[in-house]
Design a protein around this ligand. Structure first.
Ligand SMILES: Cc1cc2nc3c(=O)[nH]c(=O)nc-3n(C[C@H](O)[C@H](O)[C@H](O)COP(=O)(O)OP(=O)(O)OC[C@H]3O[C@@H](n4cnc5c(N)ncnc54)[C@H](O)[C@@H]3O)c2cc1C
Length: 250
């Protein structure tokens, strides 16, 4: 995007080990060089985090998904990108390395501002670990873009445990609304222990409008984004809550 003018460019495409996607004892590890198309095709990803399978087809077009990498999208930290919001919703943990050693960082601590992350200049992302979800966990991904494949005007990547119809541990990662993807934590808390009904939809819509004041730009005003955010909130909550309620007990 010509935002930086590096004097030295290091091509990491030859680091084949970073392409791997594999199950770990506690979840799944997605290598930084896994292409978007590989994430979408991975049955392990579908098993552990179906949210990513839902989100990836929204990223641009096939040519971009063939080359774009998981670590590249996260490191680029576009506030309207799908994958940063997904790893926030999934409580992902980044594995980071430099010549001095390795460290890990939760996604919620990684995104610091517009195209700005917690990476030091000499560090790179090796992989992202996504923890295994509770068996009752449900996921929903919704976004609105001007045209299919465009960056989202507004989007929500959501997850919640649904036990006997009641929601818990809800995460609502909103993107396209601020300088980074953000969790609507206060709104998610309202869902705690509740079943989905009109009261809950109404309360959460009011809450998210108060909690998030979206940025406006040439593509979309703040007021329109706020409206779209409320529309998407209803969509994700209905998908998280309703589907499970009507399923027969296992
Ligand atoms: C036409 C077009 C449309 C697009 N539409 C969308 C869209 O709708 N939604 C969406 O989410 N994305 C979209 N993208 C972005 C795309 O999906 C890629 O994620 C993005 O271009 C990054 O590409 P890359 O993986 O080749 O990384 P690069 O371009 O190589 O790198 C991007 C940045 O991340 C850094 N980086 C790369 N790898 C690492 C690493 N392992 N560790 C640390 N830093 C790293 C680089 O230094 C650079 O600053 C679009 C891109 C294009 C070109």
């Amino acid at each position: 995007m010509r935002l930086s003018e590096p004097r030295l460019l290091v091509d990491i495409n030859g680091l084949n080990a970073l392409e791997a996607i594999h199950r770990t004892g506690s979840g799944i590890r997605i290598g930084a060089l896994a292409r978007h198309v590989s994430v979408a095709a991975s049955t392990e990803v579908g098993d552990v985090c179906p949210l990513l399978h839902e989100a990836v087809p929204h990223i641009a077009h096939a040519a971009v998904r063939n080359r774009g990498s998981f670590g590249g999208s996260i490191g680029h930290a576009d506030p309207a990108a799908e994958l940063p919001a997904c790893i926030l919703a999934l409580d992902g943990r980044l594995q980071i390395a430099s010549a001095h050693g390795e460290r890990s960082l939760l996604a919620k601590d990684f995104f610091r501002g517009l195209f700005t992350t917690a990476l030091a200049p000499e560090e790179m992302i090796l992989a992202v670990d996504i923890p295994l979800a509770h068996p009752s966990r449900r996921f929903a991904f919704e976004e609105i873009a001007r045209r299919r494949g465009d960056y989202a005007l507004v989007g929500i990547a959501a997850a919640a445990n649904i036990i006997s119809g009641r929601m818990s541990d809800t995460r609502l990662a909103c993107f396209g609304v601020a300088d980074t993807p953000i969790l609507a934590a206060r709104t998610a808390l309202i869902c705690e222990g509740r079943t989905l009904d009109d009261d809950l939809l109404h309360e959460t819509q009011e809450s998210i409008a108060a909690e998030i004041d979206p940025r406006g730009d040439v593509s979309c005003s703040s007021a329109t984004r706020s409206h779209l955010l409320r529309v998407l909130l209803v969509r994700v909550l209905k998908r998280l809550g309703v589907e499970r309620v009507h399923e027969p007990a296992a």
